[in-house]
Design a protein around this ligand. Sequence first.
Ligand code: NAP
Length: 293
Amino acid sequence: MREILGTTQVLGVIGYPVRHSFSPPMHNAALEALDLDFCYVAFEVEPVRLSAAIEGMKALGIVGLNVTIPHKETLLSLVDEIGEEARLIGALNTLYFDGQRLYGDNTDGRGFVASLRAGGEDPQGKQVVVLGAGGSARAVTVALARAGAKEIVLANRTQVRAERLAEMLNTRLRPGVARVVQWQSAQLQYELGRADLIVNTTSVGMHPQEEACPVADLPPLLPEALVYDIIYNPLETVFLRRAMAQGARTMNGVEMLVYQGALSFQLWTGREPPIEVMREALLRELQVRQKRG
Ligand code: NAP
């Protein structure tokens, strides 16, 4: 850990609860690797104290914050300016100052797409299936539509949420870019079988429900299909294991987590983030937590 000095500047994550966050070890490892005079801490703030906390952030000169549940949407009305993508997603995950003005951004979707590109995948022209229609699905689909995905087929247990998301994508981003199919239907099986990219954004299969899988059966996938589960605990979900069993290429949620963090890091420090250091710190912390059970 780098020495804390009188000059040390503060970064952090604000949420409630927030003690479980993986961001402090990941960002502190990056700050240390670049020998930057910052530290990154977790602020557990109850919803009723959120606006006081933001005033405190301004008064104390906290350089930037990540935002997590349940403040991601509420903060939209507490910042001076909102990035275009955050506005479309309807949630923030990053706060930083642009001069005196507090700026709210969302790096989740851009982080997802950056992780694809880092793995040699360009979403441009791709046929995509996204499972889920929650907060992360909004971020992922907005970024995919902006990155030129050909079509995004959405399926969600609560269909009306998928329909609302598809309507937003079609009206605000590109007419016809999104379409909804019924959850666990034969039509979903058909779409999975012809997709270039399949993304699970549901929490099904996440620790401690590790034996669960968002789709009962995976049909035969295209030989070059990429299956991405944004869950990072466990690293290998049942969903990914079923895809691997077919020989499909897979990616897990560590990549999205690293790249969304890297984009925030760049906004705060103006420095190129040390991706490998961030990934290693995250994997180390995941291992520690898994041992604890
Ligand atoms: P969210 O807004 O609460 O959405 C949860 C989604 O999961 C909804 O689509 C919900 O469907 C679906 N779901 C939950 N339980 C289900 C069940 N039993 N059967 C079918 N569908 C179910 O959560 P979120 O913020 O989008 O997060 C979702 C997952 O993404 C979590 O595992 C989270 O850890 C992960 N995540 C990863 C990253 C990353 O950087 N890697 C970032 C954000 C989130 P309904 O609409 O029907 O409830």
